[in-house]
Design a protein around this ligand. Structure first.
Ligand SMILES: [Mg+2]
Length: 212
């Protein structure tokens, strides 16, 4: 019995083809360039070095550079949401499903509000918008991130379905007990996914027809 629907934001509620990911990457270089007073080429080297050691740059900024992770995240997630298109049916599709809805993102709450407004989905549809800060900056690349999310939002993973564009993250979600839905271009295989759809609209239409 699925009582909760948990949505990743970036690449899940809107497509990565929007260019927002590239914009975020540029903001990472800008941040290092301004903060460390170096040119963009040097900033890229700083970024590359952190990525050799960590999954995300943000995991190393405090330890390696003495910069607050919160300050870094707030800056890089202030992406150009003007690149996004309104999703005509998404709000209606979400509302057709009776389950409690949550957003679980490795970005920031502010970024979620900006994106939701631009794609035309009311933020109050979601019972909680849970970001990396609330997660103690434990990202969705370990089971602890999912356990903490369930604790704070007071949900049981075995009663919950999660929607993600990252197969890696779904692997950890599945370990914790979530039903898993991959949102990714067709042809991508992901052993951790119970379902796979090319976009969020098709996923929600299917689940509505199935009467989950
Ligand atoms: Mg994502």
């Amino acid at each position: 019995m699925i009582k909760n629907l948990v949505f990743d934001l970036d690449g899940t509620l809107y497509p990565l083809s929007s260019g927002l990911g590239e914009d975020c990457q540029c903001r990472v270089y800008d941040f290092f360039s301004q903060k460390l007073k170096v040119d963009i080429d040097e900033a890229k080297k700083v970024s590359d070095k952190l990525l050799q050691k960590y999954h995300y740059e943000s995991q190393g900024v405090e330890k390696e550079l003495g910069i607050s992770e919160e300050e870094f995240m707030e800056y890089i997630c202030r992406t150009d949401v003007g690149l996004l298109q309104k999703n005509q049916n998404l709000e209606e599709l979400l509302l057709k499903l009776a389950q409690r809805k949550f957003i679980f993102t490795d970005s920031t709450v502010r970024h979620c509000f900006d994106v939701l407004e631009k794609i035309g989905v009311r933020a109050d549809i979601f019972e909680q918008i849970y970001d990396a800060k609330q997660g103690g900056y434990v990202y969705k690349l370990e089971t602890n991130a999912f356990k903490r999310f369930c604790d704070i939002c007071k949900i049981k993973p075995e009663e919950s379905m999660i929607f993600e564009d990252s197969c890696k993250s779904l692997h950890f979600a599945k370990e914790v007990g979530f039903a898993t839905v991959l949102i990714a271009e067709e042809g991508q295989s992901c052993k951790a996914a119970d379902y796979s759809f090319p976009n969020i609209n098709q996923a929600l239409e299917y689940l509505h027809k199935q009467g989950i």
